[in-house]
Unconditional design. Structure first.
Length: 277
């Protein structure tokens, strides 16, 4: 699933333009926005707007990114009794997701929802221990009204999405949303590959945008020559042990840096920016 150099450069131009616009408008809390999903002003209002939607009210299990911009969403989910899953940074542990169970929190929801606190108080779980996901909350580097979304360029959100799709925990019934500053919503096309997870709803502090053509990614498969998208699901096809941590030594096509296996994603410990999350 590597993207071409031309597509990767085009994505980066979109990101840079949005980062520059956010900086010029003073729309973020961060001193520097480049290379990250910045904590935008109005994130609390966007979370409140999301919480007013029927899709939110129907969701009992939420999978959310760990970025500060989505902290108000995670805190609200916990305060309202929803189970929240959040990825361990870079998926770099044998149990790659934090489980935030609102019935077992030892600290207030707003504290538990912070990524550093979650690392201290929340148990971690393997993918096969997780419940089906009702709603996915993504951060975005940029997104358009068709639902095409790109992240900051590291690729982890797309990898998480693919792993959970592979496990059957994200389905066509799962609602995918992103909370963003309005300046992150671009009017033109955004270059995207088949691995880029699209969104159904865009939530800004002032608006809810229903996307016209959200893209769903397929699961990942290692075929011995690199990760690719599987177009059908006849069987799992990891090279050893039946899990994505077992990446064979021939995997070069995915442009993934090989490291010692460390659990659910093992050698996927460092995903190339070519993924273009």
């Amino acid at each position: 699933m590597p993207v071409s150099g031309v597509q990767g450069q085009a994505k980066q131009r979109v990101r840079r333009q949005v980062w520059d616009d956010l900086t010029s408008a003073g729309a973020v809390h961060d001193a520097s926005v480049h290379g990250r999903i910045p904590n935008f002003k109005g994130a609390e209002q966007a979370a409140a707007r999301l919480a007013s939607l029927p899709q939110w009210r129907a969701a009992r299990v939420v999978k959310a990114v760990p970025d500060k911009a989505q902290l108000p969403v995670r805190a609200r989910a916990l305060a309202e009794g929803r189970t929240v899953y959040m990825a361990v940074p870079k998926l770099a542990t044998p149990r790659p997701f934090y489980l935030l169970d609102p019935t077992r929190l030892s600290v207030p929801p707003v504290e538990a929802a912070a990524s550093r606190t979650a690392a201290a108080v929340a148990p971690t779980v393997e993918v096969d221990e997780m419940r089906p996901i009702d709603l996915v909350v993504l951060g975005s580097g940029a997104v358009n009204r068709e639902g095409v979304r790109i992240g900051k360029g590291a690729g982890y959100s797309d990898l998480e999405f693919a792993l959970l799709t592979e496990a059957g925990l994200i389905t066509g019934e799962t609602v995918v949303v992103t909370t963003v500053h309005s300046l992150r919503v671009v009017d033109g096309p955004i270059p995207a590959g088949e691995h880029d997870a699209g969104v159904d709803l865009i939530i800004t502090p002032d608006d809810v945008i229903t996307c016209s053509a959200p893209h769903r990614t397929g699961p990942l498969v290692c075929c011995g020559t690199g990760f690719r998208r599987r177009r059908s699901r006849p069987s799992r096809h990891w090279p050893r042990g039946g899990r994505p941590g077992a990446v064979c030594g021939k995997c070069r096509g995915c442009r993934i840096e090989r490291r010692p296996a460390v659990g659910a994603v093992g050698a996927v410990g460092a995903v190339s920016s070519a993924l273009g999350s």
